[in-house]
Ligand binder design. Structure first.
Ligand SMILES: Cc1ncc(COP(=O)(O)O)c(C=O)c1O
Length: 322
């Protein structure tokens, strides 16, 4: 029996952090597990009573299945409202079952096997797996540690080749917490314009801003095509609800072309749970107080981590690919 190359080449070496974690655990060491990022396991949960009511009401709206390949309109309108200053119409928003799947959609939309996508280093390991599934190559650009992990734009531009198909921006960045400022974003947008490249902007941590007063978005620059990715997984500590989205913005014809292809990809699977989609507007509305407390809690952890863990992140980022 013949399996795909992917199936034949599973496995590979484990991240050194996990290896260290597993060894310490097997030795019975008392560890605070910051490696696994499931906030629910750390005691952060969306208010359960509110969620029960929201889901019950949403279920009542889904008795007759009437899917929408972009995602149910009330959900898309609630998301458009979230981005109000950008003035993005609901028709430029696609609902997905989470940001990881949004990445997969973007890679399928933009690249052929063997093409390259630029992503920051250090980073978290998800891209490598998604890229493997899509047959595309990840190429890394540096974040400059000495400048608070700002994007090394010169290095980024040097990494662009004939096969580059997109630039991934993660701001706020995981794991450094770097937030790209307006000047960096404008310069990034210029590079993207010059090389005719889309920017995939991962903003899943955009509610968690510490030490910065405003959050600049690359969607507000002159970049020719931007996919802004976000979802409820981090924002409302609801990874299991599986609601993510992509906001497509930029140059009109490019946006329209991207959206028609994305709609087709989404329509092929219609993968987003209808109850979760109908629940989305109320999750936003009733989640605001919870979000305030959650952000405060993360802020407290952040100040502790900044002093104790960032030096470790720095050391490890020089030693390994995350
Ligand atoms: C920067 C970043 N983007 C995306 C994701 C995945 O988000 P989702 O749970 O919506 O797939 C993660 C998960 O840790 C992340 O750290």
């Amino acid at each position: 029996m013949i399996f795909s190359e992917l199936a034949e080449n599973l496995g590979g070496s484990k991240n050194p952090l996990y290896l260290l974690h597993d060894r310490l655990k097997s030795e019975g060491a008392k560890i605070v597990d910051l490696v696994r990022g499931n906030v629910n396991e750390h005691g952060i949960v969306y208010p359960p009573d509110a969620l029960d009511h929201i889901l019950k009401d949403a279920a009542a709206q889904t008795r007759i299945y009437r899917p929408d390949s972009l995602g149910q309109r009330p959900a898309r309108e609630a998301i458009a409202q979230y981005y109000k200053p950008l003035n993005i119409p609901a028709d430029q928003i696609l609902i997905t079952p989470g940001t990881s799947v949004s990445y997969w959609y973007c890679f399928k939309l933009l690249a052929e096997p063997g093409d390259e996508i630029l992503c920051p280093q250090p980073s978290y390991p998800l891209f490598d797996y998604i890229a493997r599934l899509c047959g595309v190559q990840m190429r890394h650009y540096r974040l400059a540690e000495a400048r608070n992990w700002a994007i090394d734009l010169e290095h980024l531009e040097q990494q662009i080749s004939k096969r580059t198909r997109a630039i991934i921006l993660i701001s706020p960045h995981n794991p450094t917490g770097m937030v790209a400022d307006e000047q960096q974003l404008n310069e990034l947008a210029e590079i993207a314009s010059h090389h005719a490249l889309p920017i995939i902007s991962d903003e899943v941590f955009n509610e968690f801003l510490f030490g910065v007063s405003a959050f600049p978005r690359v969607a507000a620059t002159e970049a020719p095509l931007v996919f802004t990715l976000n979802g409820f997984s981090k924002m409302f500590a609801l990874p299991g609800i599986k609601i993510g989205w992509m906001v497509v913005s930029g140059n009109g014809p490019l946006v329209r072309k991207a959206l028609s292809a994305l709609e087709l990809i989404s329509d092929t699977f219609l993968p987003v749970n209808e109850i979760a989609q109908f629940a989305a507007p109320e999750i936003f509305r009733r989640g605001q107080d919870f979000l305030k407390h959650y952000v405060q809690w993360v802020g407290l952890c952040w100040s502790t981590i900044t002093f104790s863990c960032i030096p470790a992140i720095s050391t490890i980022s020089h030693q390994t690919t995350w």
